[in-house]
Design a protein around this ligand. Structure first.
Ligand SMILES: [Zn+2]
Length: 244
């Protein structure tokens, strides 16, 4: 192995280690939201229920306020019609106004019933929400602890990934373009693009390297591609056995 090749080889190995670390980091980062969800368990369920209750309360309050406004306006119309009754001249118009007043009163009564139902509902939901809030508060401490640990883990991983991404271009630049092209192309198929050959067997695909090819590799001590899986392979001399 020439000195130059040794250097290239060690840089390629470094790239491989870096790339698998980046992949590992991505995997761990991807898992964090799920871990957070799982560790939150009961607390998150309770907390979400409280939020749901609050949102129902807000909707109910809105509906009630709009009904109260409408009742108030209709009551003003009723008052107006009732005053007008005294100045009506014809029987027909009188009957029509009476009918209109009755209709408005009935409508307001329906609305008032709905307002009452909404008030009762809101009271019930408020009580439920208070109870849920206190249950959630009991569970919150444990969850926040895990949450803070996971957030710390996340930022440490992100920081490490940024560091690796910053160092990667320099490593790429140090490698010959054709080799890099091969590496990138093999990497699309396998996470471990560079594999050792031990005792004539490619450690990537576990297939035997043809004897002649292996002998050539032993003599040249360079980087080849496995005839079976096309990974970049090198002879691991420490486990080398005499060629048969
Ligand atoms: Zn192979």
């Amino acid at each position: 192995m020439t000195t130059e090749f040794k250097q290239i080889f060690s840089q390629l190995r470094e790239l491989q280690v870096m790339d698998s670390r980046i992949r590992q980091i991505d995997f761990e980062l991807h898992e964090i939201p799920e871990q957070l969800e799982a560790s939150g368990g009961e607390f998150l369920i309770l907390d979400r229920s409280v939020k749901d209750k609050n949102s129902s309360l807000a909707t109910m309050t809105q509906e009630r306020q709009s009904l109260e406004q409408s009742v108030k306006e209709q009551q003003e119309t009723i008052n107006d019609r009732e005053k007008r009754l005294y100045s009506i001249k014809t029987q027909k118009e009188y009957q029509a106004t009476i009918k209109e007043i009755a209709q408005l009163k009935k409508d307001n009564k329906d609305k008032e019933e709905r307002i009452l139902a909404l008030l009762e509902g809101a009271e019930k939901i408020t009580a439920e929400s208070t109870q849920l809030k206190s249950q959630a508060a009991d569970k919150e401490g444990g969850y926040r602890q895990i949450e803070s640990e996971l957030k710390q883990k996340q930022s440490a991983l992100e920081e490490e990934k940024t560091g690796l991404a910053e160092r990667r271009p320099a490593l790429l630049k140090a490698l010959p373009a054709p080799l890099l092209k091969k590496y990138e192309s093999v990497k699309q198929r396998y996470q471990d693009a560079v594999a050792a050959v031990k005792r004539g067997v490619c450690q990537g695909c576990n297939m035997n390297i043809p004897p002649q090819f292996y002998n050539e590799m032993l003599r040249a001590k360079d980087l080849r591609q496995c005839p079976t899986c096309y990974r970049l392979i090198y002879v691991d001399l420490e486990t080398k056995e005499p060629v048969k």
